[in-house]
Design a protein around this ligand. Structure first.
Ligand code: NAD
Length: 510
């Protein structure tokens, strides 16, 4: 690792977020870097290193060197590190939550929620000895026992998006590590400080050097990880076009890949729904985190015009009253978008919706935030009478823009959802068990809520969408993670007895 020098020795790296390789912070002289913004002020707060192919390969080499010893570390010992990690994380909660708000923009309470959901995966990973027990069958034939064990893969990598810089990486590596793998994380270059700080805390918990590494970067780093022969598996979360690219490239290079993509999550509102609770739920699910959640509700399908009129009237009042401003001010309900280009993109969708003929009931385009003229703030926007052919309905906007569609029956609502290219999350608001059961049984979506607007599974279940929201077979965290990060091996065993077995030419059977 000659090209890599300790970060603290380099004056120019004072404000540079460096990589984390083999248990230490590293920067590489001459490597590219990129600005990191505080989206609430629009100001550059630091720079992030962008790894070259060589740096990414060095991180993989560090993980490969650490693997033989980590593979043989008892699951209980791996779990003990996770216990300490959880404690250290909780001791640093305020620091992590503030860092998250600074670089992402989401309000502090929301950042805290993200942090807690990430820690829940660490808590689940503490069950390593139980989760990795395997399966055993005695006397499957005369004197013959058989069992399946779940062996680690080796070096695995995770590539993560900007919108959950703490939680989404935590979906991946605690589970991969307790299974006996070593890991290279490539977080989003837009908010890199949180995952880097968490990596340091994991090291403090007693993880051996090289078992967990972080490389920052863009496509160059990702491509290096996707094609490195030592990398056995790739977990990706991000937009659908990149997810598809990762899936195709990774599998073409012989790797196991799970690639979670984008979404357009529908909420169906039935005439018998509790309207006040429904509107409250929709507000949080559509405008929380400025709509930058893969489980955000971005389309409300109202069954009947009377339902639509009531929902739109109630929502309009609430959306125009949203408290918008920097996430560090706990009075605020919604912070800024992540970047200027993303702000322009979301605003462009609002313009397109108007041009396409949707009715813009609340227009957040001209919102101003006191003292923050450079921040990437967009007000909440609400469209009524959106139709399925419009771009604002077909495409993922990933901003504070909610589209209301009007249909006449539950079947019509479900047809809309099923025909959409994405199938991440959905929800039905109703008081009728029969409608809810029909909906949950038949809808072609991976995660479904009944009066639960953001049905994000808890850590002991698994997270994953259907259709073009997930490429691959296994979802993130929970039981699927044990399967994804291990390889099944089945052993059949018989010990010699005093009798001599005859050669047997028929296929073995009982
Ligand atoms: P993105 O796809 O732009 O980036 C995700 C990661 O891929 C980043 O680490 C980025 O550096 C890398 N990347 C970007 N372009 C690449 C390229 N051409 N080649 C190789 N790597 C590339 O996503 P984002 O904007 O950071 O995040 C928002 C998206 O993530 C939304 O579409 C959202 O729905 C999705 N998301 C999905 C889930 C889920 O669980 N399904 C969860 C969170 C976010």
């Amino acid at each position: 690792m000659n090209a890599i020098t300790a970060a603290e020795n380099l004056n120019e790296s004072k404000r540079l977020v460096g990589h984390y390789i083999n248990g230490r912070s590293v920067t590489v002289s001459g490597e590219r870097s990129q600005a990191v913004y505080n989206p609430a002020t629009g100001q550059v707060v630091r720079q992030v290193a962008l790894a070259s192919k060589t740096t990414a390969q060095q991180a993989v080499a560090a993980a490969a060197a650490a693997w033989p010893a980590w593979r043989l570390t008892a699951p209980l010992k791996r779990a003990r590190i996770m216990f300490r990690f959880k404690e250290i994380l909780e001791q640093h909660a305020n620091e992590i939550v503030s860092l998250l708000t600074e670089e992402h923009g989401k309000v502090l309470d929301d950042a805290r929620g993200e942090f807690v959901r990430g820690v829940e995966v660490v808590e689940y990973a503490c069950g390593a000895p139980e989760l990795l027990k395997g399966e055993h069958s005695k006397d499957v034939g005369p004197g013959l026992d058989s069992w399946s064990e779940f062996q680690p893969l080796g070096v695995v990598t995770g590539i993560t998006p900007f919108n959950f810089p703490a939680m989404v990486p935590l979906w991946m590596y605690p589970m991969a590590l307790i299974c006996g793998n070593t890991f290279v994380l490539k977080p989003s270059e837009k908010d890199p400080s949180t995952p880097t700080r968490i990596a340091e805390l994991l090291q403090e918990a007693g993880l051996p050097d090289g078992v967990f590494n972080v490389v920052h970067g863009d496509k160059e780093a990702v491509d290096a990880l996707l094609t490195d022969p030592a990398v056995q598996a790739v977990s990706f979360v991000g937009s659908t076009p990149v997810a598809e690219y990762i899936y195709r490239t990774g599998t073409a290079h012989g790797k196991r890949v799970q690639a979670l993509g984008g979404a357009k999550n529908h909420a169906v509102v039935m005439p018998d729904a509790d309207m006040d609770n429904t509107v409250n739920a929709l507000m949080g699910a559509a405008y929380g985190s400025c709509g930058e959640r893969c489980m955000a509700i971005s389309a409300v399908v109202c069954v009947g015009d009377a339902v639509a009129d009531e929902v739109v009237n109630k929502l309009a009042l609430r959306v125009s009253g949203l408290k918008i401003g920097p996430g560090i001010d706990s009075q605020n309900e919604m912070g800024p978008l992540i970047s200027k280009p993303h702000y322009e993109k979301v605003r462009g969708y609002v313009d397109a919706g108007v041009a396409e003929g949707a009715e813009l009931v609340v227009d957040g385009r001209e919102v101003t935030v006191h003292h923050q003229p450079e921040g990437f703030f967009l007000g909440g926007c609400l469209f009524d009478r959106v139709t399925p052919d419009m771009r604002i309905y077909r495409e993922e906007i990933f901003g504070p823009v909610l589209c209301v569609l009007r249909v006449q029956s539950l079947q019509e609502a479900m047809r809309l959802i099923d025909e959409h290219e994405y199938g991440n999350g959905t929800c039905i608001f109703t008081r009728d068990g029969g409608s809810a059961r029909y909906f949950t049984d038949n809808i072609k979506v991976g995660m479904v809520g009944v009066n639960v607007p953001l049905p994000v599974p808890v850590a002991s279940h698994s997270f994953g969408g259907w259709k073009r929201s997930l490429f691959g077979d296994l979802s993130a965290y929970g039981p699927d993670a044990i399967r994804f990060y291990t390889r099944r091996k089945t052993i059949s065993q018989r010990w010699p007895t005093d009798s001599v077995d005859q050669a047997q030419f028929s296929f073995p059977s009982n």
